[in-house]
Design a protein. Sequence first.
Length: 152
Amino acid sequence: MSPEKDTTATGKKSEGFTDDEKAAMKARAQELKAEARADKDRAAGESAALAAIAAMPEPDRAMAERIHAIIKASAPALWPKTWYGMPAYARDGKVVCFFQSAHKFNSRYATFGFNDTAYLDEGAMWPTAFALKELTAAEVARISALVKKAAG
């Protein structure tokens, strides 16, 4: 490659991918293979989701464990799997909802979210993600109701 083409938009010479970027690409490739297995084998998906949860620091781990139990009880038709390193729950191989640890993106709160495959439509606008600092009985009840609705 000529020196003129080996530069970024800012004119600086590109050094290629960083070690962190290479590790992320390798992890994503492995996860895609695991997702394909999870779409065929519920136990493999659950194992991957539980491993992702176990790798989380507290208090996110406790919240993710509780959400996993809520989803299993509220929407047993959703299959656990991982999605971009996060525990997620799918219908027909497509992610309906997911839990994102605050630690994953150095955020001040964890997130419980829904994808467009969730049946949550309410008029012209509705929430698809929720910030979580803790799980009280009120949050557990709301998550349970939302997951039931999202699963169809």
